[in-house]
Design a binder for this molecule. Structure first.
Ligand SMILES: [Zn+2]
Length: 368
């Protein structure tokens, strides 16, 4: 088991694999011919996002834009004055709709005349939420959180998240160029193929370039942290974790030596090992949920201490509860948990433990 874990560990490849290889904000680091790494600050527990700047003929294509903060704008101004060498930014391709990825796109496109390229699912979600249209009405959201066991005192925190997105992303460009799964996008002298993701966001786009042996993985594949996979009130019955785990299969055909450029953390090699680690991680959490629900039926809210061993602030609570529901729904969809409706609260019950079936539900076939 330990040998398998260590061979699965991502291997960092930029700057000799050192931990401080990341470039300073505003300074680009070329990691492969014509492929530059930009790191932008974030005032959050997750304190940075990686963007990628690709030489594109007589101009440039940027992958993602950063959070709309003064610090990110200042770093971009430095990039315009330096790395771009006076050549135009023609295209901003956003992997997905989350504020750290799409947040500064409106400013960046207005500043440079660049076009926005994005999948339809991500673009329309970003348009909807930046327009201040909540994904669902407040009553449905409250009913959703209540049905998953959130007590009245916590409901305010959860519903107080309303318009969080709009506060971060006031605008996105009003036009875009749609990209679709499997499409090969010509950037400079290389083709980058769109690999569709799911479970983290509606229609995530990762980009694979066979010529460079590079994968821009967005948030679907990160070297250290596991990608957030949540069930939200807009789609209360979703098996988001099942979607995420199935989408991971699309990275498995890539060559073992693929160099991965993730949105957070350091560039790494080891796509297959990382996919396996993530499946193992979710299998462990699913097993913990099974154990807890075998002892007594529990709501998703009551599963939070099983899955999270730290104090959660209001913002984290929404994602944590979403993740707890996602794990319960994966087991429910796999037929391993039953659902009791106890005075309007969903409580999950495990009749018997079945570790092999749990591993199957996490996309792992052979028990170890
Ligand atoms: Zn994201």
């Amino acid at each position: 088991m330990h040998a398998a874990m260590s061979s699965d560990a991502p291997r960092y490849w930029v700057g000799g694999g050192g931990g401080d290889a990341a470039p300073q904000p505003g300074v680009a680091l070329e990691v492969s011919p014509g492929v530059h790494w930009l790191r932008m600050p974030m005032p959050l527990a997750l304190d940075h996002i990686n963007l990628w700047l690709l030489a594109d003929g007589d101009g440039w294509t940027a992958i993602d834009s950063g959070l709309p903060t003064d610090a990110t704008r200042a770093a971009w101004e430095q990039v315009f004055a330096g790395t771009l060498q006076g050549r135009p930014l023609r295209r901003v391709l956003c992997t997905h709709m989350h504020p750290d990825h799409v947040g500064l796109t409106h400013w960046l496109c207005a500043r440079s005349g660049a076009e926005l390229w994005m999948t339809q699912g991500e673009y329309l979600s970003a348009r909807l939420m930046s327009a201040g249209l909540e994904p669902t009405d407040p009553d449905s959201a409250l009913a959703h959180y209540r049905a998953h066991g959130a007590p009245d005192g916590e409901l305010d925190k959860l519903s107080g998240r309303g318009n969080f997105y709009r506060r971060m992303v006031a605008q996105v460009p009003l036009r875009y160029r749609r990209i679709v799964a499997g499409e090969a996008i010509r950037i400079g002298d290389s083709d980058w193929t769109v690999i569709e993701g799911a479970g983290h966001s509606p229609e995530h786009a990762a980009l694979w370039c066979a010529q460079h042996g590079l994968l821009i993985s967005g948030d679907m594949l990160l070297p250290k942290i596991s990608t957030n996979v949540s069930v939200f009130p807009i789609e209360p019955g979703a098996d988001a974790l099942g979607r995420y785990l199935r989408a991971l299969c699309r990275f498995e055909p890539l060559p073992a030596e693929t160099r991965v450029l993730p949105s957070h953390g350091l560039p790494f090699i080891g796509v297959h090992g990382r996919v396996r680690q993530l499946r193992e991680h979710h299998a462990e959490r699913l097993e913990a949920v099974m154990q807890a629900c075998r002892a007594q039926p529990r709501s998703a809210y009551e599963l939070l201490p099983v899955l999270f061993h730290r104090v959660l602030d209001a913002h984290q609570l929404g994602f944590a509860l979403g993740e707890a529901i996602a794990h319960a729904h994966r087991l429910y969809a796999a037929g391993l948990l039953a659902r009791d409706d106890d005075a309007g609260v969903h409580r999950w019950r495990a009749e018997r433990l079945s570790p092999d079936a749990v591993r199957l539900a996490a996309g792992l076939d052979a028990p170890t």
